[in-house]
Design a binder for this molecule. Structure first.
Ligand SMILES: [Zn+2]
Length: 278
């Protein structure tokens, strides 16, 4: 038998999602000698352009945005010491309801089987012990995040060999602190009306007791911050960067997951994605 390194694979939708959602675990497990593979499904062309130009505004050049974000992604991977970056290069589908949803080559209109077949090839190549992606709602309803969940779950079904699979999540107890920080650091944040919210928005995050996995990444907060700083062209990241490293690490120092597949029987709640595997 060939000795394989323990391997973590994170499947994300856009350049920068790796930093916000899993920057801490990517950095932490790389530091522990675990091989880390990042799969980024889209080119991020619906993101902000240089100088903060928004998609649809004059001067927003999707190809230039994709090229810029490709560089930012590489820089983020360097900071997080990601071992392998794999890009599927589907077109960014934009937010739900945008015309980009149905543009040729968009990730959202790509048949799930097609994306899953490509991802299954990567599963065969790297044989990850742990795979991390979004929940079925893509955490907050973005079509590319939903599609990343769909192709990942379908690819795992095809390959059938990953012992532990996780969806990223946030504890409800943290959402409140998050809202406070949003106000303090001047982001465009309006307190969501709980009633209205429940009607139009799927619920974000999970009650604390439903979270299976809490990984302390405090020691890697600085790397996570720097990875996000590599994506400073994207307006929504500026709010985090305004906090400074210390407050950022306080707020973002634990990454949480829900374990959706497991063959190890490691007891939950657990504090390590690789519990039961080493
Ligand atoms: Zn995203």
């Amino acid at each position: 038998m060939v000795e394989r390194p323990l391997t973590l694979m994170a499947v994300h939708a856009h350049p920068d999602d790796e930093a916000t959602g899993t920057g801490g675990v990517l950095a932490r497990y790389a530091a522990e000698g675990i091989r880390t593979v990042l799969v980024t499904c889209t080119d991020g062309a619906c993101g902000d352009g240089p100088g903060g130009v928004k998609p649809g505004e004059p001067g927003h050049d999707p190809a230039a945005v994709a090229a810029m974000r490709r560089q930012e992604l590489q820089e983020s991977c360097d900071v997080l010491k990601v071992s392998h970056l794999e890009m599927l290069d589907y077109g960014d589908s934009g937010m739900m309801g945008w015309a980009a949803n149905d543009a040729p080559g968009s990730f959202w209109r790509t048949p799930v089987e097609e994306g899953a077949a490509r991802l299954a090839e990567l599963l065969h190549r790297y044989r990850p012990d742990v795979v991390v992606t979004y929940d079925e709602n893509g955490f907050y309803g973005h079509p590319d995040h939903i599609q990343a969940n769909r192709i990942t779950m379908a690819a795992l079904e095809l390959s059938g060999m990953t012992p532990k699979v996780y969806w990223t999540t946030a504890p409800r107890s943290m959402m409140q602190r998050f809202g406070e920080a949003m106000r303090e650091f001047g982001a465009d944040w309006e307190e969501p009306d709980p009633v209205e919210e429940a009607e139009v928005m799927p619920e974000i995050g999970l009650p604390d007791e439903e979270i299976t996995t809490w990984v302390d990444i405090t020691e890697f907060g600085s790397q996570k911050f720097d990875a996000l700083a590599a994506h400073a062209s994207q307006g929504e990241n500026i709010f985090f960067l305004r906090m400074g490293k210390e407050r950022f690490t306080e707020l973002m120092g634990v990454e949480t997951f829900v374990r959706v597949r497991d063959t190890t029987d490691a007891a939950v709640p657990e504090t390590d994605l690789f519990a039961g595997l080493r």
